[in-house]
Design a protein around this ligand. Structure first.
Ligand SMILES: Cc1cc2nc3c(=O)[nH]c(=O)nc-3n(C[C@H](O)[C@H](O)[C@H](O)COP(=O)(O)OP(=O)(O)OC[C@H]3O[C@@H](n4cnc5c(N)ncnc54)[C@H](O)[C@@H]3O)c2cc1C
Length: 491
């Protein structure tokens, strides 16, 4: 695995849970100490909960349920993340510095005996039919050649893995340069996200918590160059608000150009791409790091079961089939949000400063509207209905959770592997099905008392793979035999 950012660290946690051997390298001597991505979506907390990592993040982070839109002298309060959704244990957006997220992931790996090899850079890669040959350069200049079954490029936007595998990264750069500062602000209502919608774009204050109380994010005025200074950020804030906010004690200030780009393929033979190596976009909507973590969770169990030798080779093809459409959807969503937030043409300017502040509260006051916005941004809506892994068997109910959809209680199904949930009255299941012995290392069985008999096979990443009504398990066995025909599968 190349790269120990949030994506690589999550993939390492997934592989570690299955006990498969792997190496994780990163060319940097230390992990990130800057805040970078700070929005953690509910779905990310759900998947990390399986490793016991959600609670430490929630304890350390800042939950914000309020958004304050400032426009035309008015303040519009929006309870965007008062979602009203009952099917997640994390119905809120969590603000936590990326430095803390990475620290929690690194400490988890260390506790489980996984060490990130730092100061080790991938400099060359030769994909072969059976192995991938990698050339690594160590911090002391030593070169190493290593042969691996698979290589995962979690090495960020400038991915060496992607370039070496000859995978294109089409897209464009946005015109604007962004300005970012983590600091203290006097005069701002604490605990809320503040968005100032102006003729020139927008300015956001996010409640970061540590190492500074606030993150300011805005568009750097055209013509400004050189290092970002406190005076420049203060001038931008003064130009965007009439609230007499005073900025002080910056801990990090920077500027950056944004791009919207997607990898042409997420897989090339034995090489996989995940996270920023596969997709980069604007931070609008707080999707970036979260999408990378979800890529890693999707890929991790498939790789692990392939390496165990029990899975059909087709299993790994479902990674690009499932995640590339999600990546494309994130690029579209963030591009639309970004255009609305920044475009200078008069119609979008009017929409930004006059229509959005008036319409947003009405849409969000309406519970289904609020839930719909929230479901999309929170990544709870992601599903894999079209995936070959998603199969609806016979006698399925017209309502309820379908194959390819997220199983809401899955965070509590923590054991690695599949979980077979058998629903129905006690007498409906013949003796022996409670222990479903054909795939003992792969499937854990749960019984749920319910009026009608039904079967749900929940994938290791918390999505329903197979569902059926009734108590006949033959189609379920056929499903498992198709995807897991290997010798180890039957114990
Ligand atoms: C200044 C800044 C501000 C940001 N703000 C936000 C934000 O507000 N919201 C948001 O959602 N996102 C933000 N992001 C983006 C967010 O940080 C990324 O989406 C996230 O880090 C992606 O994680 P990743 O693990 O895929 O890649 P990265 O975090 O980029 O990790 C890649 C890792 O690979 C390593 N690596 C690269 N090449 C090699 C090689 N050849 N050999 C070995 N190791 C290698 C790198 O050292 C790095 O540690 C910001 C990013 C930056 C830089």
């Amino acid at each position: 695995m190349v790269g120990a950012g949030p994506t690589g660290l999550t993939l390492a946690a997934e592989l570690q849970a299955y006990g498969v051997p792997f190496r994780i390298i990163d060319r940097q001597p230390d992990r990130v100490h800057e805040s970078r991505a700070l929005a953690i979506q509910p779905r990310t907390l759900e998947v990390l909960a399986r490793h016991g990592l959600a609670q430490p993040m929630v304890d350390l982070g800042n939950r914000s349920v309020r958004l304050r839109l400032h426009a035309g002298g008015r303040v519009v309060p929006i309870d965007l993340f008062d979602s009203g959704l009952a099917d997640t244990a994390y119905p809120y957006l969590l603000f936590l510095s990326q430095a803390q997220t990475e620290r929690i992931l690194c400490e988890h790996l260390l506790r489980h005996g996984v060490t990130v090899e730092r100061g080790v850079e991938l400099v060359g890669l030769e994909p072969g039919a059976d192995r991938v040959t990698c050339r690594l350069r160590h911090a002391d200049g030593r070169q190493e050649t290593v042969s691996a079954s698979y290589v995962c490029g979690c090495d960020g936007a400038h991915s060496t893995v992607r370039k070496q595998a000859g995978i294109g990264f089409a897209g464009r750069a946005y015109q604007q340069t962004f300005l970012l500062a983590d600091l203290e602000v006097d005069g701002l209502e604490p605990g809320a996200v503040h968005g100032y919608l102006t003729e020139d774009g927008l300015l956001f204050f996010f409640p970061l918590g540590t190492p500074a109380t606030w993150r300011v994010l805005g568009i750097r005025p055209a013509g400004s160059t050189g290092e970002v200074t406190l005076a420049e950020v203060q001038a931008l804030v003064d130009a965007s608000t009439t609230d007499r906010l005073r900025l002080r004690d910056p801990v990090w200030m920077t500027d950056f150009r944004l791009h919207v780009r997607g990898a042409e393929r997420y897989r090339s033979g034995r090489v996989f791409l995940a996270g920023d190596a596969a997709h980069i976009h604007s931070p609008a909507g707080g999707q970036g790091m979260n999408t990378g973590i979800q890529d890693a969770v999707n890929l991790g169990w498939k790789l692990a079961l392939d390496l165990r030798g029990t899975a059909s080779p087709a299993l790994l093809d479902t990674y690009p089939a499932e995640r590339a459409p999600v990546g494309r959807a994130v690029l579209r969503l963030t591009d639309r949000l970004f255009t609305l937030a920044t475009a200078g043409n008069p119609i979008i300017r009017t929409a930004r400063t006059r229509v959005v502040p008036r319409l947003a509260p009405a849409v969000l006051r309406f519970a289904p509207g609020r839930a719909s916005v929230f479901r999309t941004l929170s990544q709870l809506r992601i599903r894999y209905r079209q995936s070959p892994l998603s199969v609806d068997g016979p006698h399925v109910a017209n309502c309820g959770i379908r194959a390819g959809e997220r199983m809401p209680d899955a965070p509590y199904l923590t054991k690695p592997g599949f979980h077979l949930v058998l629903c129905g009255p006690d007498r409906s299941w013949p003796d022996g099905t409670a222990t479903f012995t054909d795939w003992p290392d792969l499937v854990t069985v749960h019984r749920v008392d319910a009026r009608d008999a039904a079967q749900y096979l929940v994938r290791p990443d918390g999505y329903v793979g197979y569902r059926a009504g009734g108590t006949d398990l033959s189609r379920l066995r056929a499903y498992l035999s198709r995807w897991f025909p290997g010798p180890g599968a039957r114990g």
